[in-house]
Design a protein around this ligand. Structure first.
Ligand SMILES: Cc1cc2nc3c(=O)[nH]c(=O)nc-3n(C[C@H](O)[C@H](O)[C@H](O)COP(=O)(O)O)c2cc1C
Length: 480
């Protein structure tokens, strides 16, 4: 019998699939996946909030590099937590190969998230990254490997160089990763590099090399990854355009419907026969979070499914409770609405946005927010006239973006997802003691089906186990 999971709880950044959710799913024998996005900032902010429950410090106690862990606790931990109107510390942003402070936080943040998700059971835990967020890749992966991540899952790009990085980091060997730099000349080599030896405080045995699953939306891309990968690829998650989070852009010319949503068509359909020819296990994602769709996926030859939206609203997810309840109430009332915005995300990928009052889905909330870029995960690396690397984000102040060679038109409607998504998981930045960042919720089109997990008494909560119970019922029937 295969020991592959049938149900993968999809990685949901930032911090929606934090360790609590992944642990709940993995304990049940399916694959829980933590988001590895921005976990450096998340660790620092949770420590500044007084580390409720002591979980971050417990994770750090198991971190193999003691002096580094102590530096982090000293720098960020505030006993009792910061005052509500105080801002969180502004951390240096990731750059090519630095700075050290954020690299250390990144290794430790990824370690803590995976370590805590693995606590108390022996089942594998995965970690999810977006290929587009390249600067933290090497430090993130090293931290995740140190904690024994069983799977690395990566989408939003073409991660052909990740498998080789995993092989090297598992041996504590130096690794490099090609940084995409807009405007770079062919001959220019802009590689990220990372040597674990510069961070290790003690000798460590070889680490387990996690399985690598690429998240893709086209069979051509799957074939390319198999052909060009610099190491073992263990399978694919095939994600369709109804999935929550970022979606692959539609093929061909971008067409919008009346509501301004991207239109997907026949050309966006993945040819599963071609996927099967690659001979690797695959999971289907995007609207597969129901027993019927699981059955369908199995009949189509998939090992199983990856589910996000159904888990995003369960008790264990990191989503703010008031947002969860407000959206679930809309689901009950038949008023839940998700759009596929082609302008909201600075990545330029379509991004699913839930319409919710008081969040950045609403024009007046967006208009009221001064443009500030101080987290910087979604910045684009570009080549300066002097041949150096600098960074710009289409959600930063327009004049700054333009001064860096950006096109003013590209800034229209861009949301600062970095700040918004931190606010969505109860870690909003507070500015001048007054302005508190607003959140923004993403979900797949399956949102309207979440009523099936809610209790009949009108309650607005359900657990990860409630989702798994419904989905796994299909597997029990299939076995009997
Ligand atoms: C709140 C939320 C955040 C997400 N964030 C990410 C992410 O950071 N990385 C990623 O690869 N996929 C992300 N996804 C996609 C999920 O991992 C999963 O593939 C998708 O939700 C499956 O489709 P479904 O939403 O119809 O269940 C996110 C989905 C949701 C709902």
């Amino acid at each position: 019998m295969s020991d592959l999971p049938v149900i993968i709880q999809g990685g949901m950044g930032a911090g929606v699939s934090a360790w609590q959710l992944a642990q709940a799913v993995s304990r049940r024998g399916q694959l829980g996946v933590v988001s590895g996005t921005a976990v450096d900032q998340i660790l620092a902010r949770r420590l500044q909030d007084g580390d409720p429950g002591g979980h971050m410090r417990r994770g750090l106690e198991h971190f193999p590099f003691r002096a580094m862990a102590d530096r982090i606790v000293q720098a960020y931990y505030i006993p009792g937590g910061k005052a509500a109107r105080d801002p969180y510390k502004t951390l240096p942003m990731h750059r090519k190969d630095g700075p050290r402070e954020i690299q250390e936080l990144c290794i430790a943040g990824n370690f803590v998230e995976v370590f805590l998700a693995r606590e108390g059971h022996n089942n594998p835990v995965g970690i999810n990254y977006l290929e587009k967020i390249q600067l933290p890749h090497l430090t993130s992966l090293y931290g995740a490997l140190l904690a024994g991540a069983g799977y690395v899952l990566m989408g939003a790009g073409i991660p052909v160089k990740i498998p080789g990085v995993l092989d090297r980091l598992a041996n504590h060997e130096p690794a490099t990763y090609p940084l995409h730099v807009t405007g770079a000349y062919d001959a220019e080599d802009f590689c990220l590099s990372f040597d674990p030896a510069e961070f290790m405080e003690c000798d460590l045995p070889k680490l387990a090399r996690p399985q690598f699953l690429a998240i893709i939306a086209s069979n051509v891309l799957a074939a390319t990854i198999v052909k060009r990968a610099n190491g073992r690829v263990d399978g694919f998650v095939i994600e369709g355009p109804t999935a929550g989070g970022h979606n692959a852009p539609p093929r061909g010319k971008l067409q919008l419907d009346q509501a301004g949503d991207a239109i997907y068509g026949e050309r966006d359909r993945v040819d599963l026969d071609k996927i099967k020819e690659l001979g690797l296990p695959f999971w289907l994602a995007g609207g597969y979070g129901t027993p019927e769709k699981l059955q369908e996926a199995l009949a189509l030859g998939a090992v199983g499914i990856q589910v996000g939206t159904a888990f995003a609203y369960c008790e264990e997810s990191g989503l703010r409770k008031d947002y969860k309840e407000a959206v679930l109430q809309k689901v009950i009332d038949g008023q839940a609405r998700v759009t596929t915005s082609t302008s909201a995300s600075p990545t330029n990928f379509p991004f699913k946005v839930v319409r919710l009052e008081g969040t950045l889905s609403e024009q007046e909330v967006y208009d009221a927010r001064p443009r500030i870029c101080d987290l910087g995960f979604l910045r684009e690396s570009y080549r300066t006239a002097e041949g150096k690397i600098d960074f710009r984000c289409s959600a930063e102040p327009v004049s700054i973006y333009v001064s860096k060679g950006g096109n003013a038109e590209d800034t229209t409607g861009k949301r600062c997802l970095c700040n918004a998504l931190m606010a969505t998981i109860t870690l909003p930045q507070v500015r001048n003691g007054k302005l508190t960042e607003s959140g923004m919720v993403t979900s797949g089109n399956d949102l309207s089906k979440l009523g099936r997990f809610l209790p009949p008494d009108g309650g607005l909560t359900y657990t990860a186990s409630d989702v798994l119970n419904q989905l796994e019922a299909v597997l029990k029937v299939a076995k009997n």
